[in-house]
Design a protein around this ligand. Sequence first.
Ligand SMILES: [Zn+2]
Length: 142
Amino acid sequence: MDVSESASDANGREELPDNEAEWREELSEEEYRILRERGTEARFSGDYVDHDGDGEYRCAGCDEILFDGETKYDSGCGWPAFYAAEEDNVVRKSDDRHGMRRVEVLCANCDGHLGHVFQDGPEDKTGERFCINSAAIDYDGE
Ligand SMILES: [Zn+2]
């Protein structure tokens, strides 16, 4: 069995919606558009662009812990940026939409679209920039 060293996956996870109609009821319109329809919020529009704090950021769809506030940094890109993710809790997938070759980041638990990861992050850290929609995450300060 996989015994985690941290208590970070001991979150009382609720059952996930079974279908898109249930997701629609569960999520706000903006959350649904981003998480379920792989949308993107407008630059500098999200709640967490300039948000600070060393708590955790959880998936807005299923409450999974996705990012640590300590890895958040000011990238100037207009979306919350992190140089690392909870790797076990996210999935990377190539995304060729919109004529660009990008790597999409999804929640491993509920499959929700979170944003993209780019290779222009801080070089003294991981070199990666997780560019994440505010509406796809919820900050958990305690
Ligand atoms: Zn999720």
